[in-house]
Design a protein around this ligand. Structure first.
Ligand SMILES: Nc1ncnc2c1ncn2[C@@H]1O[C@H](COP(=O)(O)OP(=O)(O)O)[C@@H](O)[C@H]1O
Ligand SMILES: O=P(O)(O)O[C@H]1O[C@H](CO)[C@@H](O[C@H]2O[C@H](CO)[C@@H](O)[C@H](O)[C@H]2O)[C@H](O)[C@H]1O
Length: 501
């Protein structure tokens, strides 16, 4: 074993055997196809990341093509592409053994050892150097002709090139790496051609100086030579989804003082459960102030998105059809919904009468886990939308009430999730805690909503909001059935309460 690369490597020209990715994908947190029968049917070579230094790794970007066996030949979700950047060394690297993807004999470089580059500081330093160099190029764009990789930078921040990278370890669908306390790079794992909504929204909000998101520092594009249309991608045009452009990563401000909104909510509920004799407004666990600030933050974000993205209207009837149209698939995935079918259909039918409903770009998958409380206020993260939806659908305008509904559902989840573990130690106090849980949830929801709406909301908006809450609870019932079956009662109870006074 040798952790030193003594000789510089010749440029590799090959890719590892697709078969090695089957095992590797199955071991990662971010692979979305776990539990489904799949094959890796190809490995696309994107190219080498510029910025390698003598003695360091060569960084090769690969796309693993995953084909699922559980859908018909025509199904749009039969094939997915996952980005796997590899740090290549001529010798084995003991410190990276846990991240070994493959060793192979490369036609250009001889024997190579390929590690998942996100785990390797030396490899991450290559990306950071490339982002840094982009700032000095015209328009902040560094285009590497050999690989068709394009690093883009927004002006206003000098990167700390001395910082070391640390890979985040949470349950993520992508991989995030912090560079010291300076910057955070998110490497998108499941990639599709077109603009990534997270990059797009962060770019627009950062350019107008929004205090409600982490500032975007840059992003990485790849112009797929096989798909290139000759059109020029205009990064300033939110409608331009880019001919053949695939967005691979984004670099943004690291929020040094951030605490996760979901974790804060859980602690707040625990404080209240510890002092059940107090009202939620008196207990250390009062979340109303935070909920108010969060409501104002979301309002600000929505106003900016409505100002800087296209707006339109959709007919209430079309919206009702969409919501009702999702029901049959949900009912078959989660049969527990069946007894609530009528009340759901009755609620969606009320949306039909609403006339024209304003729509614009929204977050699309908002819950407390997508919020961070910093010393300077709340920030909203991860504008990718629901990962299970096709990209084109995630870019479509929708009603801001969908995001509000997502947050209301989260305020409902938090006390119920705490109760699940609390009850194991103290089954006796369940009734009191149920009352406290409802108090906490209602108080948080009311304060959030009042701040968001800047006052009370009208009857039509209430109907729309109720429908979005129900639509989300139906989605969650399916999500929990598939992912956390023991939690399914949480959203099912919300569905059962539809139409209750
Ligand atoms: N700018 C930031 N600074 C610090 N932490 C962040 C920042 N943005 C996101 N995070 C945290 O990083 C993790 C992953 O972020 P997220 O955008 O939700 O990734 P994913 O798309 O993989 O779900 C979350 O725990 C989130 O709270
Ligand atoms: O963050 P993701 O985009 O992966 O969202 C999915 O997973 C969420 C769970 O982490 C899920 O959120 C649901 O559970 C949360 C508590 O864990 C709760 O706060 C949310 O209100 C509830 O919807 C989300 O629905 C799903 O799309």
């Amino acid at each position: 074993m040798n952790d030193q690369t003594t000789d510089p490597m010749d440029a590799p020209t090959g890719t590892p055997d697709p078969q090695v990715f089957v095992d590797y994908l199955g071991r990662t947190r971010w692979f979305g196809g776990k539990g489904r029968p799949f094959a890796v049917t190809g490995v696309r070579r994107v190219g080498l990341v510029p910025g390698s230094v003598p003695g360091g790794p060569v960084v090769l970007l690969c796309l693993a093509e995953v084909t699922y066996d559980d859908v018909g030949d025509e199904a749009a979700d039969k094939v997915e592409h996952y980005q796997v950047p590899l740090a290549l060394y001529p010798e084995s690297q003991q410190r990276l053994e846990h991240a070994l993807v493959a060793t192979w004999d490369d036609p250009g470089a001889g024997r190579v050892h390929g590690y998942d580059a996100l785990h390797d500081r030396e490899a991450m330093a290559c990306w950071l150097r490339s982002f840094d160099r982009a700032a000095g190029e015209p328009g902040g764009n560094l285009v590497d002709e050999a690989s068709s990789l394009a690093f883009h930078r927004l002006p206003g921040h000098d990167l700390d090139l001395e910082s070391h990278s640390t890979l985040f370890s949470g349950e993520q669908s992508n991989s995030s790496v912090a560079f010291g306390e300076d910057a955070l790079m998110k490497v998108f794992r499941k990639v599709t051609p077109g603009v990534n909504p997270d990059v797009q929204v962060h770019e627009v909000l950062s350019r107008v100086g929004s205090p409600d998101v982490a500032a975007l520092y840059g992003w990485l594009d790849w112009v797929d030579p096989e798909q290139r249309t000759g059109d020029h991608h205009d990064a300033d045009d939110p409608d331009d989804t880019g001919g053949g452009v695939m967005q691979l990563a984004m670099l943004q401000q690291f929020l040094r003082t951030a605490s996760d909104g979901w974790d804060l909510a859980l602690s707040s509920v625990r404080d209240l459960f510890r002092q059940p004799e107090l009202h939620a407004s008196e207990a250390g666990g009062d979340f109303a102030g935070e909920a108010t600030r969060l409501g104002r933050t979301l309002r600000e974000v929505h106003l900016l998105m409505a100002e800087h993205f296209p707006t339109a209207t959709v007919r209430g009837a079309d919206l009702a059809d969409t919501m009702a149209g999702r029901l049959p698939a949900a009912l078959s995935a989660a049969p527990g919904l069946e007894e609530h079918r009528e009340s759901l259909e009755a609620l969606f039918a009320r949306v039909r009468a609403l006339g024209e409903v304003p729509v614009t770009r929204i977050h699309g998958d908002l819950h407390l886990g997508q919020t961070l409380r910093t010393a300077l206020g709340w920030k909203i993260v991860d504008f990718e939308g629901e990962p299970a939806k096709p990209l084109a659908e995630r870019l479509l305008p929708d009603s801001p009430w969908r995001d509000v509904a997502g947050m209301l559902r989260s305020f409902d989840y938090a006390p119920r999730v705490v109760e699940r573990t609390w009850a194991e130690d103290d089954p006796e106090g369940a009734d009191v805690r149920a009352r406290k849980a409802a108090e906490w949830a209602n108080r948080s929801k009311n304060h959030f909503l009042y701040a968001y709406a800047d006052g009370d909301i009208g009857d039509e908006q209430r109907t729309l909001l109720d429908a979005y809450v129900a639509d989300k609870a139906v989605y969650e019932t399916v999500y929990e059935t598939r992912n956390r079956p023991t939690w399914v009662d949480i959203p099912l109870q919300a569905v059962a309460e539809i139409g209750a006074p």
